[in-house]
Design a protein around this ligand. Structure first.
Ligand SMILES: [Mg+2]
Length: 144
C-alpha cells in the first residue's frame, strides 16, 4: 500500500486553515444569504478550514455558538439579518465568551455599525463583495 511518504508534497507550507499543530481551524458562518454562506464556506474550505456550523440569522448564530463552544475558533458574522442583527448577536456571543473571535461581514456603507461592532469586541471586518484574498487575510490575522 502506498503511503503519503511515497508522494512527498511539493508544497510543504501549512495550509492557512490549519494551526501549526496541523488541526483545522473551526469556523461558524452566520449569514442570511445562502450565496454568501456558500462563498465563505468555499473560500475557507479550500484553505483547509473546517466550517463546523452555519446559521441564517443572529439568534440562530448565538445558539449555534453556545452549542459548539468550546469547539469553535472563529465566527464570520453578517451585519444585516432578520430576527437578530449581527451587532446584537456579536454582543451576546461576547457576553457568553469574552475571548470569542468574530469577524464582521458588512455591506458597503455600514461604517457606523462596523465601528460599533469593533468597539463591542469584533476582531476584524470584511466588506462585501467578498474577495478571496481579503477574506483569508482578515480571518488569518485574527487566528494567528
Ligand atoms: Mg445579510
Amino acid at each position: 500500500m502506498k503511503t503519503t511518504s511515497d508522494f512527498p508534497s511539493i508544497n510543504e507550507r501549512t495550509p492557512d486553515g490549519q494551526s501549526n499543530g496541523g488541526s483545522a481551524f473551526k469556523v461558524l458562518v452566520v449569514d442570511d444569504s445562502m450565496f454568501v454562506t456558500k462563498q465563505i464556506g468555499q473560500i475557507l474550505s479550500s484553505e483547509g478550514f473546517n466550517v463546523v456550523g452555519t446559521a441564517a440569522d443572529g439568534l440562530e448564530g448565538v445558539e449555534k455558538y453556545k452549542e459548539l463552544y468550546p469547539n469553535v475558533d472563529l465566527v464570520t458574522m453578517d451585519i444585516t439579518m432578520p430576527r437578530m442583527d449581527g451587532v446584537s448577536a456579536l454582543e451576546k456571543i461576547i457576553e457568553f465568551d469574552k475571548d470569542a473571535k468574530v469577524v464582521m461581514i458588512s455591506a458597503l456603507g455600514k461604517q457606523d455599525l462596523v465601528k460599533k461592532a469593533l468597539l463591542i469586541g469584533a476582531k476584524n471586518y470584511i466588506i462585501k463583495p467578498l474577495d478571496r484574498k481579503k477574506v483569508l487575510e482578515r480571518v488569518i490575522s485574527v487566528l494567528k
